[in-house]
Design a protein around this ligand. Structure first.
Ligand code: PLP
Length: 391
Protein backbone atom coordinates (compact mmCIF):
# COMPACT_ATOMS: atom_id res chain seq x y z
CA UNK A 1 0.00 0.00 0.00
CA UNK A 2 1.31 3.47 -0.90
CA UNK A 3 -0.63 5.82 1.40
CA UNK A 4 -1.49 9.47 0.72
CA UNK A 5 1.10 10.37 3.36
CA UNK A 6 3.42 8.10 5.35
CA UNK A 7 4.65 10.01 8.36
CA UNK A 8 3.31 12.66 10.66
CA UNK A 9 6.59 14.59 10.46
CA UNK A 10 9.53 15.37 8.21
CA UNK A 11 12.47 13.48 9.80
CA UNK A 12 9.94 11.56 11.89
CA UNK A 13 12.14 9.75 14.42
CA UNK A 14 14.32 12.74 15.24
CA UNK A 15 11.26 14.99 15.55
CA UNK A 16 9.38 12.59 17.84
CA UNK A 17 12.39 12.31 20.14
CA UNK A 18 12.78 16.08 20.24
CA UNK A 19 9.04 16.41 20.94
CA UNK A 20 9.20 13.92 23.85
CA UNK A 21 12.11 15.87 25.28
CA UNK A 22 10.29 19.16 24.85
CA UNK A 23 7.17 17.88 26.64
CA UNK A 24 9.23 16.54 29.55
CA UNK A 25 10.99 19.85 30.07
CA UNK A 26 8.53 22.57 29.00
CA UNK A 27 7.38 24.71 31.91
CA UNK A 28 4.03 25.29 30.20
CA UNK A 29 2.12 23.56 27.40
CA UNK A 30 -0.71 25.99 26.68
CA UNK A 31 -0.06 28.78 24.12
CA UNK A 32 3.09 30.68 25.04
CA UNK A 33 6.61 31.51 23.84
CA UNK A 34 7.03 28.54 21.46
CA UNK A 35 3.94 29.65 19.56
CA UNK A 36 5.37 33.18 19.36
CA UNK A 37 8.71 31.80 18.16
CA UNK A 38 7.00 29.78 15.40
CA UNK A 39 4.93 32.81 14.37
CA UNK A 40 8.10 34.93 14.07
CA UNK A 41 9.98 32.27 12.11
CA UNK A 42 7.03 31.58 9.84
CA UNK A 43 6.48 35.27 9.06
CA UNK A 44 10.16 35.46 8.04
CA UNK A 45 9.83 32.33 5.90
CA UNK A 46 6.68 33.63 4.24
CA UNK A 47 7.99 37.22 4.03
CA UNK A 48 4.88 38.71 5.66
CA UNK A 49 4.72 41.19 8.55
CA UNK A 50 2.43 39.12 10.75
CA UNK A 51 1.79 35.43 11.32
CA UNK A 52 -0.93 34.29 13.74
CA UNK A 53 -0.92 30.62 14.74
CA UNK A 54 -4.19 28.63 15.03
CA UNK A 55 -5.21 25.10 15.95
CA UNK A 56 -6.09 24.21 12.33
CA UNK A 57 -6.29 25.55 8.78
CA UNK A 58 -10.08 25.47 9.03
CA UNK A 59 -9.89 27.62 12.17
CA UNK A 60 -7.59 30.03 10.33
CA UNK A 61 -10.21 30.38 7.56
CA UNK A 62 -13.01 30.94 10.08
CA UNK A 63 -10.96 33.52 11.99
CA UNK A 64 -10.17 35.53 8.83
CA UNK A 65 -13.86 35.81 7.95
CA UNK A 66 -14.86 36.66 11.54
CA UNK A 67 -12.10 39.27 11.84
CA UNK A 68 -13.17 40.96 8.57
CA UNK A 69 -16.74 41.06 9.90
CA UNK A 70 -15.71 42.41 13.31
CA UNK A 71 -13.80 45.18 11.54
CA UNK A 72 -16.86 46.05 9.43
CA UNK A 73 -15.02 45.31 6.18
CA UNK A 74 -17.60 42.61 5.41
CA UNK A 75 -21.27 42.84 6.35
CA UNK A 76 -24.26 40.49 6.58
CA UNK A 77 -25.39 39.26 3.16
CA UNK A 78 -22.28 40.52 1.36
CA UNK A 79 -21.43 38.31 -1.60
CA UNK A 80 -18.18 36.40 -1.16
CA UNK A 81 -16.76 34.57 -4.17
CA UNK A 82 -14.69 31.44 -3.68
CA UNK A 83 -12.81 28.89 -5.82
CA UNK A 84 -15.32 26.18 -6.73
CA UNK A 85 -12.57 23.60 -6.27
CA UNK A 86 -11.72 23.86 -2.59
CA UNK A 87 -12.12 22.40 0.89
CA UNK A 88 -15.36 22.42 2.91
CA UNK A 89 -14.06 24.70 5.67
CA UNK A 90 -13.10 27.32 3.13
CA UNK A 91 -16.75 27.78 2.17
CA UNK A 92 -18.48 27.00 5.47
CA UNK A 93 -17.38 30.18 7.31
CA UNK A 94 -18.88 32.24 4.47
CA UNK A 95 -22.23 30.64 5.30
CA UNK A 96 -21.78 30.48 9.07
CA UNK A 97 -21.07 34.21 9.27
CA UNK A 98 -24.07 35.27 7.21
CA UNK A 99 -22.41 36.10 3.89
CA UNK A 100 -23.59 34.80 0.51
CA UNK A 101 -21.23 32.30 -1.13
CA UNK A 102 -20.72 32.56 -4.90
CA UNK A 103 -18.75 29.77 -6.59
CA UNK A 104 -16.18 30.80 -9.22
CA UNK A 105 -15.20 28.26 -11.89
CA UNK A 106 -11.70 26.69 -11.83
CA UNK A 107 -9.76 26.14 -15.02
CA UNK A 108 -9.13 22.58 -16.28
CA UNK A 109 -5.68 23.77 -17.41
CA UNK A 110 -4.42 25.17 -14.08
CA UNK A 111 -6.98 23.70 -11.58
CA UNK A 112 -7.30 27.26 -10.29
CA UNK A 113 -9.50 30.32 -10.79
CA UNK A 114 -8.25 32.54 -13.63
CA UNK A 115 -9.08 36.23 -13.83
CA UNK A 116 -11.55 35.80 -16.73
CA UNK A 117 -13.88 33.60 -14.69
CA UNK A 118 -13.62 35.94 -11.69
CA UNK A 119 -14.54 38.85 -13.98
CA UNK A 120 -17.52 36.96 -15.41
CA UNK A 121 -18.90 36.29 -11.92
CA UNK A 122 -18.15 39.73 -10.54
CA UNK A 123 -19.93 41.50 -13.42
CA UNK A 124 -23.12 39.67 -12.51
CA UNK A 125 -22.83 39.21 -8.75
CA UNK A 126 -20.86 42.27 -7.51
CA UNK A 127 -18.56 40.50 -5.07
CA UNK A 128 -17.35 42.22 -1.87
CA UNK A 129 -14.64 39.61 -1.29
CA UNK A 130 -13.03 36.68 -3.05
CA UNK A 131 -11.65 33.71 -1.09
CA UNK A 132 -9.23 32.15 -3.54
CA UNK A 133 -7.84 28.64 -3.00
CA UNK A 134 -4.39 27.76 -4.37
CA UNK A 135 -5.18 24.15 -5.35
CA UNK A 136 -2.76 21.23 -4.73
CA UNK A 137 0.32 23.52 -4.71
CA UNK A 138 -0.61 25.05 -8.06
CA UNK A 139 -1.81 28.60 -8.65
CA UNK A 140 -3.70 30.58 -11.30
CA UNK A 141 -2.81 34.05 -12.59
CA UNK A 142 -2.29 35.55 -9.13
CA UNK A 143 -0.86 38.85 -10.42
CA UNK A 144 -3.90 39.51 -12.60
CA UNK A 145 -6.34 38.42 -9.89
CA UNK A 146 -4.67 40.74 -7.39
CA UNK A 147 -4.74 43.68 -9.83
CA UNK A 148 -8.37 42.96 -10.70
CA UNK A 149 -9.46 42.82 -7.04
CA UNK A 150 -7.65 46.10 -6.28
CA UNK A 151 -9.32 47.79 -9.25
CA UNK A 152 -12.79 46.45 -8.37
CA UNK A 153 -12.47 46.96 -4.59
CA UNK A 154 -12.82 43.26 -3.86
CA UNK A 155 -11.18 42.04 -0.64
CA UNK A 156 -8.86 39.23 -1.78
CA UNK A 157 -8.16 36.39 0.69
CA UNK A 158 -6.04 33.32 -0.14
CA UNK A 159 -6.53 29.83 1.21
CA UNK A 160 -2.94 28.66 0.85
CA UNK A 161 -3.39 25.46 2.90
CA UNK A 162 -2.30 23.35 -0.08
CA UNK A 163 0.40 25.62 -1.52
CA UNK A 164 2.88 26.38 1.24
CA UNK A 165 6.16 27.30 -0.49
CA UNK A 166 4.90 27.71 -4.06
CA UNK A 167 6.30 30.78 -5.83
CA UNK A 168 5.73 32.72 -9.01
CA UNK A 169 8.35 35.29 -10.10
CA UNK A 170 6.52 38.15 -8.33
CA UNK A 171 6.22 36.40 -4.96
CA UNK A 172 5.13 33.50 -2.78
CA UNK A 173 1.65 32.04 -3.02
CA UNK A 174 -0.18 33.40 0.02
CA UNK A 175 1.26 36.92 -0.40
CA UNK A 176 -1.12 38.29 -3.01
CA UNK A 177 -4.02 38.93 -0.64
CA UNK A 178 -4.94 40.86 2.49
CA UNK A 179 -4.64 37.60 4.46
CA UNK A 180 -3.83 33.98 3.69
CA UNK A 181 -4.36 30.73 5.58
CA UNK A 182 -2.06 27.71 5.96
CA UNK A 183 -2.64 24.21 7.34
CA UNK A 184 -0.20 22.06 9.27
CA UNK A 185 -2.41 18.98 9.44
CA UNK A 186 -0.51 15.73 9.00
CA UNK A 187 -0.97 15.27 5.26
CA UNK A 188 0.30 18.78 4.43
CA UNK A 189 3.77 20.07 3.47
CA UNK A 190 4.80 20.24 7.10
CA UNK A 191 2.85 19.15 10.13
CA UNK A 192 2.25 20.17 13.73
CA UNK A 193 -0.24 17.23 13.97
CA UNK A 194 -3.10 19.76 13.81
CA UNK A 195 -2.38 23.44 13.22
CA UNK A 196 -2.89 26.45 10.99
CA UNK A 197 -1.60 29.97 10.39
CA UNK A 198 -2.82 33.27 9.02
CA UNK A 199 -0.32 35.63 7.37
CA UNK A 200 -1.00 39.30 6.70
CA UNK A 201 0.77 42.65 6.37
CA UNK A 202 -2.29 44.42 7.82
CA UNK A 203 -1.69 45.23 11.50
CA UNK A 204 -5.32 46.14 12.25
CA UNK A 205 -6.42 42.76 10.88
CA UNK A 206 -3.66 40.93 12.79
CA UNK A 207 -4.84 42.52 16.07
CA UNK A 208 -8.42 41.45 15.36
CA UNK A 209 -7.28 37.92 14.45
CA UNK A 210 -5.57 37.63 17.87
CA UNK A 211 -8.77 38.84 19.54
CA UNK A 212 -10.87 36.36 17.51
CA UNK A 213 -8.46 33.48 18.28
CA UNK A 214 -8.85 33.70 22.03
CA UNK A 215 -12.28 34.46 23.46
CA UNK A 216 -12.49 38.05 22.23
CA UNK A 217 -9.99 39.30 24.83
CA UNK A 218 -6.79 41.32 24.45
CA UNK A 219 -4.29 39.14 26.30
CA UNK A 220 -2.28 38.19 23.25
CA UNK A 221 -1.80 41.72 21.95
CA UNK A 222 1.39 43.71 22.51
CA UNK A 223 1.39 46.08 25.50
CA UNK A 224 0.97 49.09 23.19
CA UNK A 225 -2.00 47.48 21.48
CA UNK A 226 -3.51 46.67 24.89
CA UNK A 227 -3.13 50.28 26.04
CA UNK A 228 -4.90 51.48 22.87
CA UNK A 229 -7.84 49.09 23.07
CA UNK A 230 -8.30 49.58 26.84
CA UNK A 231 -8.29 53.35 26.37
CA UNK A 232 -10.87 53.06 23.60
CA UNK A 233 -13.21 51.01 25.82
CA UNK A 234 -12.38 52.87 29.04
CA UNK A 235 -10.90 49.84 30.82
CA UNK A 236 -8.85 51.43 33.55
CA UNK A 237 -7.12 48.56 35.34
CA UNK A 238 -5.48 45.17 34.74
CA UNK A 239 -7.98 43.35 36.97
CA UNK A 240 -10.94 44.43 34.82
CA UNK A 241 -8.96 43.91 31.60
CA UNK A 242 -8.42 40.23 32.38
CA UNK A 243 -12.05 39.42 31.68
CA UNK A 244 -13.00 42.10 29.17
CA UNK A 245 -14.21 40.68 25.84
CA UNK A 246 -14.02 43.21 23.02
CA UNK A 247 -15.52 41.46 20.01
CA UNK A 248 -16.83 38.14 18.73
CA UNK A 249 -14.32 35.32 19.00
CA UNK A 250 -13.77 31.64 19.66
CA UNK A 251 -11.17 29.48 21.29
CA UNK A 252 -9.01 28.52 18.29
CA UNK A 253 -5.72 28.52 20.16
CA UNK A 254 -2.82 26.22 19.38
CA UNK A 255 -0.69 24.67 22.15
CA UNK A 256 3.02 24.90 22.84
CA UNK A 257 3.29 21.51 21.14
CA UNK A 258 2.04 23.17 17.93
CA UNK A 259 4.59 25.96 18.38
CA UNK A 260 7.45 23.55 19.11
CA UNK A 261 6.66 21.25 16.19
CA UNK A 262 6.21 24.13 13.76
CA UNK A 263 9.55 25.68 14.70
CA UNK A 264 11.26 22.28 14.47
CA UNK A 265 9.68 21.20 11.17
CA UNK A 266 10.34 24.53 9.48
CA UNK A 267 14.08 23.72 9.27
CA UNK A 268 13.30 20.78 6.91
CA UNK A 269 10.73 22.54 4.76
CA UNK A 270 12.89 23.87 1.88
CA UNK A 271 14.43 20.45 1.25
CA UNK A 272 11.01 18.81 1.37
CA UNK A 273 9.58 21.26 -1.18
CA UNK A 274 12.48 20.56 -3.58
CA UNK A 275 11.82 16.82 -3.45
CA UNK A 276 8.09 17.33 -3.98
CA UNK A 277 8.81 19.43 -7.06
CA UNK A 278 11.28 16.84 -8.40
CA UNK A 279 8.71 14.04 -7.95
CA UNK A 280 6.00 16.15 -9.58
CA UNK A 281 8.16 16.79 -12.65
CA UNK A 282 8.99 13.09 -12.90
CA UNK A 283 5.32 12.04 -12.85
CA UNK A 284 4.44 14.84 -15.24
CA UNK A 285 6.81 13.46 -17.87
CA UNK A 286 4.82 10.21 -17.85
CA UNK A 287 1.46 12.03 -17.79
CA UNK A 288 2.53 14.05 -20.86
CA UNK A 289 3.28 10.92 -22.89
CA UNK A 290 -0.10 9.33 -22.14
CA UNK A 291 -2.89 10.59 -24.47
CA UNK A 292 -5.55 9.63 -21.88
CA UNK A 293 -4.52 12.58 -19.67
CA UNK A 294 -4.60 16.37 -19.77
CA UNK A 295 -1.38 17.72 -18.20
CA UNK A 296 -1.66 20.66 -15.81
CA UNK A 297 -0.17 24.00 -16.92
CA UNK A 298 2.46 25.39 -14.53
CA UNK A 299 4.99 27.28 -16.68
CA UNK A 300 4.09 30.50 -14.78
CA UNK A 301 5.19 28.88 -11.47
CA UNK A 302 8.87 29.27 -10.51
CA UNK A 303 8.80 26.92 -7.50
CA UNK A 304 6.12 24.24 -7.46
CA UNK A 305 5.54 23.08 -3.90
CA UNK A 306 3.43 20.12 -4.96
CA UNK A 307 0.81 18.95 -2.44
CA UNK A 308 -0.25 15.90 -4.44
CA UNK A 309 -0.21 14.58 -8.02
CA UNK A 310 -3.34 15.64 -9.93
CA UNK A 311 -4.46 13.21 -12.62
CA UNK A 312 -6.89 14.76 -15.11
CA UNK A 313 -8.39 12.22 -17.53
CA UNK A 314 -10.04 13.11 -20.83
CA UNK A 315 -13.28 11.28 -20.00
CA UNK A 316 -15.05 9.90 -16.90
CA UNK A 317 -14.62 6.39 -18.35
CA UNK A 318 -10.86 6.89 -18.46
CA UNK A 319 -10.96 8.09 -14.87
CA UNK A 320 -12.69 4.83 -13.91
CA UNK A 321 -9.95 2.90 -15.70
CA UNK A 322 -7.12 4.72 -13.89
CA UNK A 323 -8.88 4.66 -10.52
CA UNK A 324 -9.03 0.86 -10.92
CA UNK A 325 -5.36 0.81 -11.95
CA UNK A 326 -4.29 2.83 -8.89
CA UNK A 327 -6.54 0.96 -6.46
CA UNK A 328 -5.38 -2.38 -7.89
CA UNK A 329 -1.78 -1.24 -7.50
CA UNK A 330 -2.37 -0.46 -3.81
CA UNK A 331 -2.00 3.30 -4.22
CA UNK A 332 -4.23 5.47 -2.07
CA UNK A 333 -6.10 8.13 -4.06
CA UNK A 334 -8.63 10.90 -3.44
CA UNK A 335 -11.25 12.81 -5.47
CA UNK A 336 -10.13 16.25 -6.69
CA UNK A 337 -10.59 17.87 -3.24
CA UNK A 338 -14.33 18.46 -2.73
CA UNK A 339 -14.99 18.42 -6.49
CA UNK A 340 -17.66 20.85 -7.64
CA UNK A 341 -18.59 22.04 -4.17
CA UNK A 342 -22.10 22.96 -5.34
CA UNK A 343 -22.75 19.20 -5.45
CA UNK A 344 -21.95 18.73 -1.73
CA UNK A 345 -24.91 18.00 0.60
CA UNK A 346 -24.17 20.95 2.91
CA UNK A 347 -24.19 23.33 -0.08
CA UNK A 348 -27.53 21.98 -1.30
CA UNK A 349 -29.00 22.43 2.14
CA UNK A 350 -27.99 26.06 2.63
CA UNK A 351 -27.40 27.74 -0.74
CA UNK A 352 -29.97 28.53 -3.41
CA UNK A 353 -27.78 30.54 -5.82
CA UNK A 354 -26.03 28.09 -8.19
CA UNK A 355 -23.40 29.15 -10.72
CA UNK A 356 -22.52 27.61 -14.07
CA UNK A 357 -19.22 25.81 -13.49
CA UNK A 358 -18.42 23.87 -16.67
CA UNK A 359 -14.71 23.41 -16.01
CA UNK A 360 -15.01 22.51 -12.32
CA UNK A 361 -17.76 20.09 -13.30
CA UNK A 362 -15.36 18.49 -15.80
CA UNK A 363 -12.71 18.18 -13.06
CA UNK A 364 -15.32 16.73 -10.69
CA UNK A 365 -15.95 13.75 -12.98
CA UNK A 366 -12.61 13.39 -14.75
CA UNK A 367 -9.88 13.83 -12.14
CA UNK A 368 -8.39 12.49 -8.92
CA UNK A 369 -5.07 12.70 -7.07
CA UNK A 370 -2.48 10.57 -5.34
CA UNK A 371 0.07 11.54 -2.70
CA UNK A 372 3.44 13.18 -3.29
CA UNK A 373 5.89 13.43 -0.39
CA UNK A 374 9.65 13.16 0.18
CA UNK A 375 9.50 9.70 1.78
CA UNK A 376 8.35 8.04 -1.48
CA UNK A 377 10.99 5.41 -2.32
CA UNK A 378 12.32 4.67 -5.82
CA UNK A 379 10.21 1.50 -5.89
CA UNK A 380 7.07 3.42 -4.89
CA UNK A 381 7.76 6.11 -7.50
CA UNK A 382 8.12 3.31 -10.03
CA UNK A 383 4.80 1.76 -8.91
CA UNK A 384 2.95 5.08 -9.28
CA UNK A 385 4.61 5.66 -12.67
CA UNK A 386 3.45 2.28 -13.85
CA UNK A 387 -0.16 3.08 -12.86
CA UNK A 388 0.06 6.23 -15.00
CA UNK A 389 0.86 4.14 -18.04
CA UNK A 390 -1.69 3.32 -20.74
CA UNK A 391 -1.80 -0.49 -20.91
C1 PLP B 1 -7.66 24.12 0.70
C2 PLP B 1 -7.80 23.72 2.15
N1 PLP B 1 -8.28 24.62 3.02
C3 PLP B 1 -8.43 24.32 4.33
C4 PLP B 1 -8.12 23.06 4.80
C5 PLP B 1 -8.34 22.76 6.26
O1 PLP B 1 -7.15 22.56 6.96
P1 PLP B 1 -7.21 21.77 8.36
O2 PLP B 1 -7.38 20.34 8.06
O3 PLP B 1 -5.89 22.10 8.98
O4 PLP B 1 -8.35 22.34 9.13
C6 PLP B 1 -7.66 22.08 3.92
C7 PLP B 1 -7.38 20.73 4.42
O5 PLP B 1 -6.82 19.87 3.79
C8 PLP B 1 -7.50 22.41 2.55
O6 PLP B 1 -7.07 21.51 1.66
Amino acid sequence: MIPLMKNAFLNEVETKKALADFILNAPRLSMDIKCLEFEKKFSLFQKRKEAILFNSGGSANLAIMQALKNLGRLKDKDKVGFSALTWSTNVMPILQLGFEPVAVDCSVKTLNVMVESLDRVHKKEKLKAFFLTNVLGLVGDLNLIKEYCEKENIILIEDNCEALGTEIPSGKAGNFSVASSFSFFVAHHMSTIEGGMVCTDDTELAIMLRIVRANGWDRNLTSHQQIDIRRKYDISNEFEAKYTFYDLGYNLRPTEITGFLGTYQLQFLDENIKTREKNFLHFEEIIKTNPDFLPVEHSHISLLSSFAIPIVCKTPELREKYIAQFTGGGIEIRPMIAGNIQRQPFYHKYVKNRMELPETEFLHFNSFYCGNYPELTEIEIEAISSCLTNY
